[in-house]
Design a protein around this ligand. Structure first.
Ligand code: PAJ
Length: 284
């Protein structure tokens, strides 16, 4: 079956309403396009759990700072549609900016707590943009469930908080990070990396894994976290925004892994590219 593209709300709603009348369960996978195997794994997961899968493709301007890569963010609609067709998605939701943000729009969704610190430290408006566009997508599609990647772990927790607090009837399903054979987390931004940077990039996962196993026995976190930062710089990263040990559910800073599920998260810069990754600490 060819994947259909909806570009206005009326066509999206008509298609979804038809599925609802037929008693079908609907899954949503929000994306910004430039799809890769990580996104497609989320689509397959949605199709395991639901009868129909809607994939949104929208490069959301409000989650980019003026200094970030909105203009050069990779866009490849026809390539994306071909991949979605192969993965078995039924509908691509591709709204224009004016459809997502009607002129005169003045409503924003701000999540506190889990949306503070880490990514928000260097990208203060990022989660307001993500939470707002996700709230809109949930309202537009009315899916039973939506699949999000653990790759963007803080985003996943922000979205969970959002649907809980606003009583949005879409279940949030997490999917583990899909990696390249050398461990690099797949990302649309990896295509910015030149061959030397691409080689360095793989060490982010290696360092996170090694540090997580050091932290798993409950030792004070600071020395391994400081060592991880040094190892990333030594491996060729230009700057390290954070390497942090956090509670896996509420992202509270931890001074040591204390037997409760914990997560080790990092963001580091390689030339003009910023990479993020995270791993579980102990049995999470
Ligand atoms: P995007 O970066 O396109 O990612 C879309 C979804 O794919 C997110 O849930 C992300 O966590 C997941 N994903 C990306 N790379 C992955 C990987 N290697 N393994 C598993 N999942 C992966 O995240 C966004 O878009 C946007 O912020 C969005 C939620 C669409 C709001 O604009």
């Amino acid at each position: 079956m060819p994947v259909e593209a909806a570009r206005d709300l009326a066509s999206l709603r008509a298609r979804v309403a038809g599925w609802r009348r037929a008693g079908l369960r609907i899954g949503l996978v929000p994306t910004m396009g430039a799809l890769h195997e990580g996104h497609l794994a989320l689509v397959r997961r949605a199709l395991d759990l639901a009868d129909r899968c809607v994939v949104s493709i929208f490069v959301n301007p409000t989650q980019f700072a003026p200094t970030e890569d909105l203009d050069r963010y990779p866009r490849d609609e026809s390539g994306d549609l071909a991949l979605l067709e192969r993965a078995g998605a039924q509908l691509a939701w591709i709204p224009a900016t004016e459809v997502m943000y009607p002129p005169g729009g003045s409503t924003w969704v701000t999540v506190e707590g889990v949306a503070e610190g880490l990514e928000a430290e260097t990208r203060p408006h990022f989660f307001r943009g993500v939470a707002t566009v996700c709230a809109k997508l949930f309202g537009q599609v009315g899916a039973d469930l939506a699949v999000f990647g653990e790759k963007d772990y803080q985003q996943l927790l922000v979205v969970r908080r959002l649907v809980l607090d606003l009583a949005i009837p879409t279940e949030i399903v997490a999917y583990p990070t899909v990696r390249e054979p050398d461990g690099l987390a797949m990302s649309s931004r990896n295509r910015y990396l030149d061959p030397a940077e691409r080689q360095t990039a793989a060490s982010l996962y290696g360092v996170l894994r090694a540090t997580a196993s050091e932290l798993a026995d409950g030792c004070p976190a600071e020395p391994p976290l400081a060592a991880a930062r040094q190892r990333l710089l030594a491996a060729g990263f230009d700057d390290v925004d954070y390497v942090a040990l956090r509670d896996a559910h509420d992202l509270r800073p931890l001074e040591h892994a204390n037997g409760r599920p914990a997560r080790l998260l990092a963001a580091a810069r390689l030339g003009a590219t910023r990479l993020i990754d995270n791993v579980a600490v102990g049995a999470a």
